[in-house]
Design a protein around this ligand. Structure first.
Ligand SMILES: [Zn+2]
Length: 251
């Protein structure tokens, strides 16, 4: 239609009409491009809003059990240190029940992952750049690095496991509770230790020393690193969403 009008204007040598038709054509193309660009921008904004909302839901879905487990593992490490004064140092006191039970758990180096499903999905589809907020992007990078380091350490720490109550059974007794339903001997404080026997056994002490060293890496790399980066990511997402929840479940 427009081409027909331009052809007629050229035939009639109506240059004003020719110029006018060209301007109409070019304006139409320019407006068309701008509308397309605007729609793409709106779609990207809406995608980013949806992604950040989902990211927040994923963060909040990490249950209280994860943080309790992490706190318990960190306190086991503290008990191993106080036990060390009695087994490797000058103290002649017997191990407390808590210290004895920390030794029975001293080979347990695992932790529920803090990987977030939405980030794994965006990474696999190469769409992480849909998130434009620089604070969130930086927090995501730190989160990826911390989780990668954590899982590498997890594998390394569990490569050779010294389950001391199984390997040195002569120093441990497990006391059956009055109500044994759900008995969890390693984790519920049932163990009793022979402190004097342990002190005299270099093989036991060396294996315990190995577990104590690993517990340091476990707390710093497997627990603290991911916990800290997870909390920082949550804060960056909260800032973007304008959320604040002082009762948030986190370490
Ligand atoms: Zn939040």
């Amino acid at each position: 239609m427009i081409l027909a009008r331009i052809s007629r204007a050229i035939r009639e040598q109506n240059w004003f009409a020719v110029v006018l038709e060209f301007i109409i054509v070019i304006s139409g193309v320019v407006i068309g491009f701008q509308v397309t660009e605007w729609r793409a921008e709106q779609r990207a904004i809406s995608d980013e809003t949806d992604i950040i909302a989902r990211l927040h839901r994923d963060i909040e879905s990490v249950g209280e059990g994860r943080w309790d487990w992490a706190a318990e593992r960190a306190s086991t490490r503290d008990l191993l240190i106080t036990a060390s004064a009695k087994l490797f140092g000058d103290s002649e006191d017997d191990l407390t029940r808590a210290e004895c039970n920390a030794i029975t758990q001293s080979h347990v180096f695992n932790s529920p992952s803090l990987a977030l499903p939405i980030l794994a999905e965006l990474e696999s589809t190469g769409e992480l750049d849909l998130i434009s907020n620089s604070d969130i992007r930086e927090a995501i990078t730190r989160n990826f690095l911390a989780n990668a380091w954590s899982s590498e350490m997890d594998i390394a720490l569990n490569h050779e496991v010294f389950n001391l109550s199984a390997r040195h059974s002569q120093y441990f007794d497990f006391v059956l509770p009055d109500e044994p339903e759900g008995w969890n001997p390693i984790f519920d404080g049932s163990a009793r230790c022979d402190t004097a026997g342990m002190r005299r056994d270099p093989r036991f002490l060396n294996e315990l020393a190995d577990n104590i060293s690993k517990s340091l890496f476990f707390v710093t790399a497997v627990l603290d690193g991911p916990n800290d980066s997870f909390t920082a990511l949550h804060e960056a997402v909260d800032a973007e969403l304008g959320e604040s929840h002082s009762d948030a479940v986190s370490p």
